[in-house]
Design a protein around this ligand. Structure first.
Ligand code: IVH
Length: 664
C-alpha cells in the first residue's frame, strides 16, 4: 500500500478490532507476534508521517479490558504496558540509551521472565487483602475481587505491611486445567478457548463467581504499584525478596546483570529454562534495578523508559499432515482439523492443528499428505502457516470439502453468509448425537450416566433422535444397551426423571439454540415468566434483555418459528419438564415484588449472593447494569460507575441498612 494515510487508517481499524477481541472477549483471532507486527508497522508509519494527525493512537495506549457489567476502580498508580522488541539489536539500543542518560553510573539490570498471563493489581489495606482489579485502560480497571479471592496461595493477609499496598502480577492457568475445561466444552459443543491465557482472561471476567471458582487459576506476583506511606523499596530486586517473605507466589527465577550484554546472556539462560516453569512465558522483562534511576528515566505515555520486554519468536516446525478430519458441533457446524505426525513444539507434543474453515484450506491450498509448517505462538492452538511445496507428493490432489463430506456420508450445506458448512438435516445421526450430548451435559440438564457412548447407542439403535425421546425410554429398553444391567438401567431412568425439574435456564441452554450459551440462557430466564413466553416473544422484546443482541434475538426467534422445534417443545411439555422461570415463583406480595435491583460495591455484612437471595426472596430480581428500568441500586463500599449512573438517572440508592429496613 503506497498511501500512508490509508494504511494508517486500515491498521488502526484492524488493531482496534484485535484489541477488542483480545482484551474484552478473550478470543483473539491472531497470535501475539502477528499483532505486534501490526503495531510496529503502525508506529513506523506514524513516525515517518508526523503531519498525519489521527488523534489518540493505539501505539500510545495500553488497550482496555473493561466491561460494562463490572464495577470500575481507579488504580492508585497506573498500570502501564512495556515497549517490546523481538530484536537483539533493539535491546542493545535500549541499553545504550540508558548508558547515555546515566554516563556516570554503573547500571544494574534485572532480567525477569515475562509471564504470558492476565495482569492484575491486588490491594492490601492495613495488611488485609481487599480488592483485585484488572488492568483496564491502565488508569481504571474492573473489580474482579470475587473471582480472584479464591486463588490458591494468595495470602488473605500479610504482616508487617505498609498501610496501603498494590501488588502487581499475572493470573494464569496451568495446561492440565486448560485441557480439562476445553475437553468438557468440546463435548458440550461450546466454542473452545485457543490457549490458557484466553481462558484465564475469560474466567476472571465471569459474572458467576461459582463458575469462576470451578476453574482453577494460578497467580504470580512480581511488582508493586502504590505503596503508602513513603518509600518502602529502593531497588527492584528488593521487591522480589519482600514479596517472597510476604508469602506471595513469586517468580521462580530472575537474574541480575551488570550490563546490557550480560542481560542478553541471562535472556538466553531464561530461554533454555523457561519450559520448566509452571507459568507460560513469552519473553523476558529487562528492568533497571535502581529506583532512583528509574525515576530519572521516567515514562512515555504508555510505558516506562527504564524497562523493555524482549519477546521470544514463536516456535515453528515442519511435520506431515496425515489427514484432514471433520468435527461436528452441537448445531451441526463442521470444523476441519489437521491430524499431524506428532512433533515437539514449545515444550508440548503437537498432533492436531486448527484449519478454521473451507476458505482457509483453499487459500493456503492445504492437502492431506503435505508437509506443513506449524506454529505455536504464546501457546495459541497450533496453526498451519503454510505448505512446503517442494515436499508435496506428485499425486497430491486439492482438498475438496464438499466431496469429502459426501464420501463420509455427511449431508451438509455451506452457509451462504459464512465460510461454515453445516449439517442441515436434523435426521442426521451425528448431529442428533451432538445435540443429545449437549442436552445431557453438566452445563445443561446435567443428566448423570448419559455419556457419549450411551448417547451414541441410543441414536444408532433408533431409541432417541431428540431430547423429548429420552423421556419416553423405559428401563427394559435401556437394559438392551451394551454394558447395561438392571441397576445401571434404573439409574439412568431415574436420572432422566430427576432432570425434568431442572431450572428453566438449563433447559433453554440444552435446546442448543444457535448463539445461546449458558449466561444468555440465564438472562432469558430472568426476564421471562416461562419458556412459552420466550417462544412467543418478538425479536424486539428479546433484544430488550440485557446481554441479548440482535443476532441472538434473531436466532432465538427463528428457532421457535421452526415447526420441528415447536413440535419438540410440545413433546417436552407433555413429558412434564419444567417450563416455568424461577422468577415466577417469587412472592407477588414481597417488599420488592416486580422490582429490579442493581448491586454495586462491597456491603458491610452481606456477600453478593446473600444480598441476591434476599432480593429474590422479597420478590425482586437483580440485574448487572443500571438503566432507566432499575428500581433501586444497593451500594456498598468502593461503589463506582454504577453508583454515578444511578445518581445521574435519579434512581434511589440504598445502603445495606436501608435495604434491610425495606425488606423488613
Ligand atoms: S513489569 C511498568 N514484569 O507484560 C511496567 N510486566 O507487555 C510494568 N508482564 O503490563 C510491567 N511479566 O502485565 C512486568 N516480569 C514482568 C512481567 C510483566 C509479564 C506483563 C504485564 C505488563 C505486560 C507488558
Amino acid at each position: 500500500m503506497s498511501d500512508p494515510q490509508k494504511e494508517i487508517a486500515k491498521l488502526r481499524a484492524a488493531i482496534a478490532e484485535h484489541d477488542r477481541l483480545y482484551y474484552k472477549q478473550a478470543q483473539p483471532k491472531i497470535d501475539d507476534q502477528a499483532y505486534d507486527k501490526l503495531k510496529a508497522r503502525l508506529a513506523e508509519l506514524e513516525a515517518q508521517n508526523p503531519e498525519l494527525d489521527f488523534g489518540a493512537s493505539p501505539t500510545q495506549s495500553v488497550g482496555d479490558d473493561r466491561l460494562e457489567a463490572f464495577e470500575s476502580y481507579t488504580h492508585r498508580k497506573p498500570m502501564l504496558s512495556l515497549d517490546n522488541t523481538y530484536s537483539q539489536e533493539e535491546l542493545m539500543e535500549f541499553g545504550r540509551r540508558l548508558e547515555r542518560l546515566f554516563p556516570d553510573e554503573s547500571l544494574e539490570f534485572l532480567v525477569e521472565p515475562k509471564i504470558d498471563g492476565v495482569a492484575v493489581s491486588l490491594t492490601y489495606e492495613k495488611g488485609q487483602f481487599v480488592r483485585a482489579v484488572s488492568r483496564g485502560n491502565g488508569a481504571e480497571g474492573d473489580d474482579i475481587t470475587q473471582n480472584v479471592r479464591h486463588i490458591a496461595g494468595l495470602p488473605a493477609a500479610i504482616t508487617d505491611a505498609p498501610e496501603i499496598l498494590e501488588v502487581r502480577g499475572e493470573i494464569y492457568m496451568l495446561h492440565e486445567e486448560f485441557e480439562r475445561i476445553n475437553t468438557a466444552r468440546d463435548i458440550e459443543g461450546q466454542p473452545l478457548y485457543a490457549n490458557p491465557r484466553n481462558l484465564a482472561a475469560g474466567t476472571i471476567k465471569l459474572l458467576d463467581p461459582a463458575e469462576a471458582r470451578s476453574r482453577k487459576l494460578e497467580i504470580v506476583l512480581y511488582g508493586i504499584g502504590a505503596c503508602e506511606p513513603g518509600r518502602y523499596f529502593s531497588h527492584q530486586a528488593e521487591i522480589q525478596e519482600k514479596l517472597k517473605r510476604w508469602q506471595f507466589p513469586v517468580l521462580e527465577k530472575y537474574w541480575m546483570a551488570g550490563s546490557i550484554e550480560e542481560a542478553w546472556t541471562c535472556i538466553e539462560a531464561l530461554d533454555a529454562l523457561r519450559q520448566q516453569f509452571s507459568y507460560p512465558t513469552d519473553g523476558a522483562v529487562i528492568k533497571l534495578d535502581d529506583f532512583r534511576l528509574q525515576d530519572e528515566a521516567g515514562f512515555t505515555s504508555k510505558a516506562p523508559r527504564w524497562a523493555i520486554a524482549y519477546k521470544f519468536e514463536a516456535e515453528r516446525a515442519e511435520t506431515l499432515l496425515k489427514e484432514i478430519s471433520l468435527q461436528i458441533g452441537r448445531t451441526g457446524a463442521v470444523t476441519p482439523v489437521a491430524i499431524l505426525e506428532p512433533v515437539q513444539l514449545a515444550g508440548t507434543t503437537v498432533s492436531r492443528a486448527t484449519l478454521h474453515n473451507e476458505d482457509e484450506i483453499r487459500r493456503k491450498d492445504i492437502r492431506p499428505g503435505d508437509t506443513v509448517l506449524v506454529q505455536k505462538a504464546g501457546e495459541i492452538i497450533p496453526q498451519v502457516l503454510g505448505v512446503n511445496q517442494a515436499k508435496r507428493p506428485a499425486d497430491s490432489q486439492p482438498f475438496d470439502f464438499g466431496e469429502h463430506l459426501k464420501a463420509l456420508g455427511i449431508e451438509a450445506e455451506r452457509d451462504p453468509a459464512q465460510a461454515v458448512w453445516r449439517i442441515v438435516s436434523t435426521n442426521d445421526p451425528i448431529r442428533q448425537q451432538r445435540a443429545l450430548q449437549h442436552f445431557a451435559s453438566r452445563a445443561c440438564m446435567d443428566i448423570e450416566n448419559l455419556g457419549t457412548a450411551v448417547v451414541e447407542q441410543l441414536v444408532t439403535r433408533g431409541l432417541a433422535k431428540d431430547p423429548a425421546d429420552l423421556y419416553l425410554l423405559q428401563v427394559e429398553q435401556l437394559l438392551e444397551l451394551d454394558k447395561f444391567a438392571e441397576k445401571s438401567a434404573q439409574n439412568l431412568y431415574d436420572a432422566l426423571q430427576a432432570s425434568k425439574t431442572r431450572q428453566l435456564w438449563q433447559l433453554i441452554h440444552g435446546l442448543g439454540i444457535p448463539h445461546v450459551g449458558k449466561q444468555s440462557a440465564k438472562d432469558l430466564e430472568a426476564n421471562f415468566e416461562s419458556l412459552d413466553a420466550i417462544a412467543s416473544a418478538s425479536e424486539e422484546q428479546l433484544e430488550e434483555v440485557d446481554g441479548v443482541g440482535s443476532i441472538m434475538a434473531q436466532s432465538i426467534h427463528a428457532w421457535f418459528e421452526d415447526e420441528a422445534n415447536r413440535d419438540l417443545i410440545d413433546r417436552l411439555r407433555s413429558q412434564g419438564l419444567n417450563f416455568q422461570s424461577a422468577r415466577s415463583e417469587a412472592p407477588a406480595d414481597g417488599a420488592l415484588s416486580g422490582k429490579i435491583v442493581v448491586l454495586t460495591g462491597s456491603l458491610p455484612t452481606l456477600t453478593r449472593s446473600e444480598a441476591t437471595e434476599l432480593i429474590e426472596a422479597a420478590g425482586g430480581r437483580t440485574s448487572s447494569s443500571v438503566s432507566k428500568k432499575t428500581d433501586y441500586v444497593l451500594a456498598g463500599e468502593a461503589a463506582g460507575s454504577k453508583y454515578d449512573k444511578a445518581v445521574k438517572l435519579g434512581i434511589p440508592i440504598l445502603d445495606e441498612e436501608a435495604f434491610q429496613a425495606l425488606i423488613g
